[in-house]
Design a protein around this ligand. Structure first.
Ligand code: AMP
Length: 403
């Protein structure tokens, strides 16, 4: 896969797919600009070569959240709210096109001069975007001489702007931006070139979201640690009493099947021995410790317990490769954050001692940021769904299209 480093953008218009799907407050102030900042190195490289930049992105799901009269909420989902902050970050003017396709927008992109930046309106204002329609992708392709994809977080979607548009550019005129290239390189290192012992730590709410990744990791990891809400389905499946903890009743058989397959493949599947249990799902709940196979009625496990932490730490410290996706408990509430925090610290220690650690998936990234340990792991991925699909063993269409 070619990257922006191998292209000289002098006098070229780069059509760059970025992920500017950022959160706003009610006054349309950006509350987290991580995704915008992540795209800056690619934009700056193109500009410093003497090229111009046409940026395109989606923002939210405008076609799923229509106004009461059935029309698109073009104010709420407009990328115009990003222009001011982007201009500040780039320290230069950013122009805006009110539609991502069409004659008016082509006039603007054709007139771009080296050093100029233009942001196109939300690609998802057109239903053709998510359908990956070729005719629509061809219209997008008119805006650039080179196509750059720097939106790893959308690389699992075969949408027009993330995948289909690439086919209208010759192989030497399409490439990955720095963010995309870094994500792919680090994820491939874990998936294909992991040093062993390789430990995968999986958490979060539901087993059903993580089945495919567990199945694939059974082929490559030495140990799979399972924490968070998903652990209780495994305990229930084995006949334990898990009180009112989160359980997916229709996944009990599957949980047993996973345990069986792990045994057959010689993979150490490590479940938390104990939990911090609570009498309600509340930050002020009463809490106590309990063994996971024996949680009293009316109580629910909301974090892993001390013995579980100790057992997980022991495995993490001897690991050479660590993949972490999903929190160990309801880390958003202080009473139930100790498990996730302890695992974050353990991953940071192992990294200091030479392990390669990749943390990815929305909530584990939020957790590692909350505990201010993001700079103490090897790589923090920006791709939630895309990273999951990568580790499920699927080829990401957005990545494949660049090759
Ligand atoms: P996911 O998006 O599947 O990674 O799930 C993340 C969410 O799982 C977080 O919001 C956590 O609060 C939640 N979670 C983690 N552990 C538990 C648990 N034991 N019970 C209920 N929710 C949990």
């Amino acid at each position: 896969m070619q990257t922006v480093n191998s292209i000289d953008f002098k006098n070229k218009r780069a059509l760059v797919r970025v992920d500017f799907n950022v959160p706003f407050d009610k006054e349309f102030r950006i509350t987290d600009d991580t995704r915008i900042k992540a795209a800056l190195p690619t934009i700056e490289k193109i500009l410093s070569d003497g090229g111009s930049v046409v940026l395109m992105s989606h923002l939210g799901r405008p076609l799923k959240k229509l106004k009461e009269d059935g029309s698109i909420d073009k104010e709420k989902f407009s990328l115009k709210h990003v222009v001011g902050h982007l201009a500040e970050l780039l320290n230069r003017e950013v122009a805006f096109a009110e539609d991502c396709i069409g004659g008016q927008t082509e006039k603007l992109t054709n007139a771009l001069q080296p050093g100029q930046v233009l942001l196109l309106e939300n690609t998802r204002f057109h239903k053709e975007e998510e359908k990956g329609e070729e005719g629509f992708a061809l219209k997008l392709a008119q805006h650039g001489d080179v196509y750059v994809n720097d939106a790893f977080g959308s690389a699992h979607r075969a949408h027009a702007s993330t995948t289909i548009v690439a086919k209208f550019f010759a192989a030497d005129s399409r490439c990955a931006g720095f963010l995309m290239a870094g994500e792919v390189e680090n994820a491939e290192r874990v998936l294909h070139n992991a040093e062993h012992p390789f430990t995968a730590i999986l958490g979060g709410a539901k087993v059903s979201d993580k089945i495919l990744i567990i199945e694939n990791l059974l082929n490559i990891a030495n140990t799979i640690i399972i924490g968070g809400g998903m652990a209780y389905t495994f305990f229930k499946a084995q006949g334990g009493n898990v009180g009112t903890s989160l359980v997916e009743e229709d996944k009990l058989e599957l949980a047993n099947e996973i345990l069986k397959r792990a045994k057959e493949k010689g993979v150490h599947l490590l479940l938390p021995i104990d939990s911090v249990i609570a009498d309600k799902f509340d930050k002020d709940a009463h809490t106590q410790l309990a063994e996971n196979k024996n949680i009293p009625d009316g109580w629910m496990g909301l974090d892993i317990g001390h013995d579980a932490i100790k057992a997980f730490e022991d495995v993490i410290k001897d690991s050479k490769t660590i993949l972490w996706n999903g929190p160990m408990g309801v880390f958003e509430m202080e009473k139930f954050q100790n498990g996730t925090k302890s695992i974050a610290v353990a991953v940071a220690h192992a990294t200091k001692n030479g392990a390669f650690s990749l943390v990815g998936g929305g909530d584990s990234v939020a957790a590692i940021n909350q505990f201010q340990l993001a700079d103490q792991v090897s790589f923090v991925s920006t791709g939630g769904g895309a990273l999951l699909e990568f580790f499920e063993g699927k080829e990401l269409p957005g990545v494949a299209a660049l090759k």
